[in-house]
Design a protein around this ligand. Structure first.
Ligand code: SF4
Ligand code: SF4
Length: 345
């Protein structure tokens, strides 16, 4: 059963959530996720997805994995508050499903990811606007979610159709006063469905010069990573790493130990980027290569191949959700849609 809530009541809900949870949304005026004001968070439901992905709430850009040595006076790690992420889009939910396959596989359970994943509450919303770079239908996605959230808000006249998919989503709404909710009418549900279809058509139209249609259960036929055809695109790459940092599915990390004091040390994990020449650098003899992919061409190829060829094989899912963030962020103006379009054979 779907419910209806007015826009004012939705803002009231957000203010109420804030009393009991660390609530993060992105405001219409911002690009990044933050503790925005309630009405700004709800206004952002009507905007395209945020420029920044919510990946950092599952795997922070830098985190301590533990301390060792003389710990007598080391500070205890503060427990993190449960976070509600507000205004999450369907592409982000697919990205989270992908990260689950990476970090919660049988043999490779990551306890740090797992703890955050379990505590994170998701309030998603349908896209009723999109960025020029969005292309989720080309990679099997849709601009609205039907699963993977605790609550989902679909804008309709005067408010939102609200869907509940978990007990804690129901509990969150109950905390805010269930009498604010009414059963959604047939007309409100029909309006939601019409808008969803219109957004799918708009996304297809804005990408109608592209012919590739990648799928979770098929590898996209791209050249090998040492093929000279990649050079056409690699020539524009300046190795800034923006594409991997901003991507909701890129998940490579780097581990290092740092000294905290006499006999005290800390192991730290940070994001890494497969585009950088330092990536995968290995210690060893004088003749050892600094990196397995010394050519930029091979590193750029690897990123694209990992998303469109290796991930379907390894995780039965594409490693790209079509959010378009790397298209917007790339300093070399490399558009991953064009790369796949021109090089897929
Ligand atoms: S590769 Fe680009 S378009 Fe695809 S999920 Fe990552 S940032 Fe989004
Ligand atoms: S964002 Fe563009 S220029 Fe920067 S590393 Fe990625 S592909 Fe290269």
């Amino acid at each position: 059963m779907a419910s209806f809530v007015t826009q004012n009541a939705a803002v009231g809900f957000v203010e109420q959530y804030r009393k009991t949870h660390a609530l993060i949304g992105f405001a219409a005026s911002q690009v990044a996720w933050d503790q925005a004001e309630a009405d700004a968070c709800v206004s952002a439901f009507f905007k395209p997805r945020a420029a920044q992905s919510g990946k950092g709430f599952l795997m922070p850009a830098s985190e301590s994995l533990g301390r060792y040595g003389d710990l007598a006076d080391s500070e205890a790690t503060q427990p993190e508050k449960d976070i509600v992420l507000l205004g999450v889009r369907a592409c982000e939910l697919r990205a989270r499903e992908y990260l689950d396959r990476v970090f919660q596989q049988d043999d490779f359970q990551d306890p740090f990811y797992d703890r955050r994943r379990r505590s994170l509450m998701i309030v998603s919303c349908d896209c009723v606007d999109c960025a020029d770079s969005c292309f989720c239908p080309l990679v099997g996605g849709r601009p609205f979610a039907t699963e993977g959230f605790d609550l989902n808000f679909s804008p309709v006249d005067g408010g939102f159709v609200v869907e509940i998919r978990s007990d804690r989503g129901r509990a969150l709404l109950d905390e805010c006063g269930p009498n604010q909710l009414k059963e959604a009418t047939a007309e409100q549900l029909a309006q939601r469905d019409r808008q969803r279809q219109q957004m799918v058509e708009r996304l297809k139209r804005q990408n109608d010069d592209l012919e590739f249609d990648a799928a979770d259960d098929a590898t996209t036929p791209l050249p090998k990573d040492n093929d000279g055809d990649w050079q056409h695109f690699a020539a524009d790459c300046v190795e800034c790493g923006a594409c991997t940092n901003i991507c909701p599915t890129c998940h490579c990390f780097y581990l290092y130990d740092q000294v905290l004091g006499a006999d005290r040390f800390e192991r730290v994990r940070t994001w890494d980027s497969c585009l950088l020449s330092s990536y995968d650098r290995m210690a060893g003899g004088v003749h050892m290569k600094l990196t397995p992919r010394p050519q930029l061409l091979g590193r750029l190829a690897n990123r694209v191949l990992h998303k469109f060829t290796y991930s379907p094989q390894q995780y039965e899912m594409l490693g790209c959700v079509g959010c378009g963030r790397c298209v917007d962020a790339c300093l070399g103006k490399i558009d991953i849609r064009q790369v796949v379009q021109e090089l897929s054979r």
